[in-house]
Design a protein around this ligand. Sequence first.
Ligand code: PLP
Length: 389
Amino acid sequence: MGILEMLGLKRLINAYGTVTLIGGSRPNEEVLKAMAEISKVFVSMEELYRKVGEIIAKETGAEAAIVTSGAAAGVTLSVAACMTGGDLKKAYQLPNTTGLKDEIVVQRKHKSIYIYVAQIPGAKLVYVGNEQRTLPSEIESAINDKTAAVLYMYFDPQEGVVPLDKVIEIAHRKGVPVIVDAAAELPPVDNLRKFVKMGADLVVFSGGKDIGGPNDTGIVLGRKDLIDAIFKLGPHSLDVVDGQLTCFIGRPMKLSKEDIVGLLVAFLRYIKMDHEARLRKLHEMVDKVVNELSNIPCVKVSKYLPDSSHPVRPLIIPKAEFDLSNCVLNASELLELLKKKDPPVIAYSAHGKVYVNPQCLTDDELEIVIERFKEVFSEKCKNCPKKRK
Ligand SMILES: *Cc1c(COP(=O)(O)O)cnc(C)c1O
């Protein structure tokens, strides 16, 4: 009996993207093979971390790198590293921040669902600017001797925010590190080098999104002293503080050797991939959706290139957009009907429109998506009250 059958679960068709709610990523055979291989043996986790970190650093032009249990854990540990600087006595007192730098400066427009995780080490978020814009001077005057770091949630291009290069210049002038949460900013693959090159001190990517590693992996790139500090706070670190052997704040963010190896193989595969060919392919997939569904009455289907107001990243991947403003179905009704199909199709909505993201679809699955949309609309159109008028 297969696992799905044993658990009574349905396989979902993912027209949404690399979202954790439905499993995030689909590691390929090469990744799974490496995970199976390392699963059979024991190794020094410290050496495994170091070697994998060295390879990733070399390939991204960063001074150092470390694998974490997801990008969110990467942000938590990056903040903790900036607060403690690798000092174990300071690490041991977290989340009590007495005597520590514990303020994290964030632009108000960067407030996102993930910002919460920056507070786990006990840090306080200091928001600057408003919903419309931030001024460089507001960042400058928010930085003081309690500031541990400036956190930049990378949603660019975003109007009204102080751009990353300017933030780095201001923060560095005041001797404060900059952490960039770039979890979902791949593709373009060049971003793996870009933010480090701009001078960001720590840059966080998700390993379970476009890289295609295990969904519970992430990467932090950056300054060697801070990456070392992350390791010291991390799941595989134990040390004596105040005469006691203890673990630290990263202990619940544990990774297995299978995770680390799986991420590495996925990463190496990702940087060697022909990204131009892949993007062309994604465009073709969207074109196909648009062509095959263009004759649904009252629904406007078109290719959409997301702008920064769009909640689902990455922006460079095109999506098929369903404008339902003349249809009797609204976006959530359409999503529900697609979800009721067998296998269920999971698309998503934003600003009242429905979107299909080709990022996680195979060609066969794309066919299923197209068929299900046709079915849902033909069922609805048959009984449409608008038609009878
Ligand atoms: C997805 C995402 C995260 C979380 O990444 P995980 O690897 O799932 O932990 C954090 N920040 C942003 C901006 C994201 O898009």
